[in-house]
Design a protein around this ligand. Structure first.
Ligand code: ASN
Length: 321
């Protein structure tokens, strides 16, 4: 029988709701209750690595998880790995692992929107679907997969789109790469080329800021006093910013801090098209790096990882092209 490594890290899948409708973490073993439903699909070995709500997850913790996956998969020939995780930062952990793991076997990440004791809890079915995906040979060499609500999404494109709906995970630009029916795991798209960055740590200090109309440069003043390694800016539309913030960005660039531009739109890419004060043309000529459709939180993780290879702006730009 296929052998799957299940790594639990916490989240609503391991929480319960009380009579006052508040949701709190249970003990480490909550996901174990679902295990009897999984044994007809695979032999499951479980590691209860963390029991954290996902807002408590940091890049350092993601790196710990990555290292543990490498260690365990080097020791035992698993058919696949399934990770349970809170949904709030699930896409970030999924993308971090996608960039930094070099494995052929499927690595699937899932969770739940409803806590374990709610009617219609989605944790059990998401976990079963994840195990089924992890043992399917068609799931190999596809990078880290997010399995949720009968859909399979590529880590680079998936995002949490709804605060409570069980269909929260969507890939707005490209849609899911596969679906899970009662009998089959079916892929209808191939994920784009995979990227792999070997890393030594996950400690780079890279904040993310979002542009808003009338943005006050004083809000950003603190950035000049911080020991930051890079900055990600979620700009308007095609990649434009209020002119008032340009002096701060110029000072950061002069200090050698790479500045990466993404859009606050969740579809499309930033481009150096608009030629007015604060427009993409000007940002490009200042040396701002343009991203390629990643959302802000993922672009930040990629910059953290990429900065371990180089600080050279044109080399970084190539990594984001
Ligand atoms: N549905 C969830 O898992 C949300 C929870 N707040 C978490 O991310 O841990």
């Amino acid at each position: 029988m296929e052998k799957v490594l299940l790594i639990n890290t916490g989240g609503t899948i391991a929480m319960s709701m009380d009579a006052s409708e508040t949701v709190k973490p249970l003990d480490d073993q909550a996901v174990d209750k679902i295990l009897p439903f999984l044994t007809s699909y695979a032999e499951i070995e479980t590691i209860n690595l963390f029991n954290l709500p996902s807002p408590h997850i940091t890049p350092q913790i993601m790196n710990e998880l990555k290292t543990r996956i490498e260690q365990e998969t080097a020791r035992t020939a698993y058919s696949g790995v399934v990770i349970t995780h809170g949904t709030d930062t699930l896409e970030e952990t999924a993308y971090f692992l996608d960039l930094t793991l070099s494995l052929s076997i499927p690595v699937v990440i899932t969770g739940a929107m409803r806590s374990s004791n709610e009617l219609g809890a989605d944790g059990p079915v998401n976990l079963i679907s994840s195990v089924r995906t992890a043992v399917d040979p068609a799931s190999r060499d596809k990078g880290v997969l997010v399995v949720f609500n009968d859909e399979i999404h590529a880590a680079a494109h998936v995002t949490k789109t709804h605060t409570s709906n069980v269909a929260t995970f969507q890939s707005p630009q490209f849609g899911p790469i596969g679906t899970i029916s009662k009998k089959h795991v079916h892929y209808h798209h191939a994920p784009l080329a995979r990227e792999y960055y070997p890393i030594r740590h996950a400690d780079a200090n890279v904040p993310l800021i979002k542009a808003v109309a009338g943005m006050n440069p004083e809000w950003l003043q603190f950035l000049l006093d911080q020991p930051i390694d890079g900055l990600v800016v979620e700009a308007f539309g095609l990649g434009n910013l209020p002119p008032a913030v340009l002096p701060i960005l110029k000072q950061l660039l002069q200090k050698g801090v790479p500045v990466l531009l993404v859009s606050r739109c969740y579809n499309g890419q930033v481009q150096d098209v608009y030629d007015y004060e604060g427009g993409g043309r000007q940002l490009k000529s200042m040396g701002v790096i343009f991203s390629n459709g990643l959302n802000g939180q993922k672009a930040r993780l990629k910059l953290m990882v990429a900065l371990q290879q180089t600080r050279d702006v044109s080399a970084l730009q190539q990594m984001f092209d």
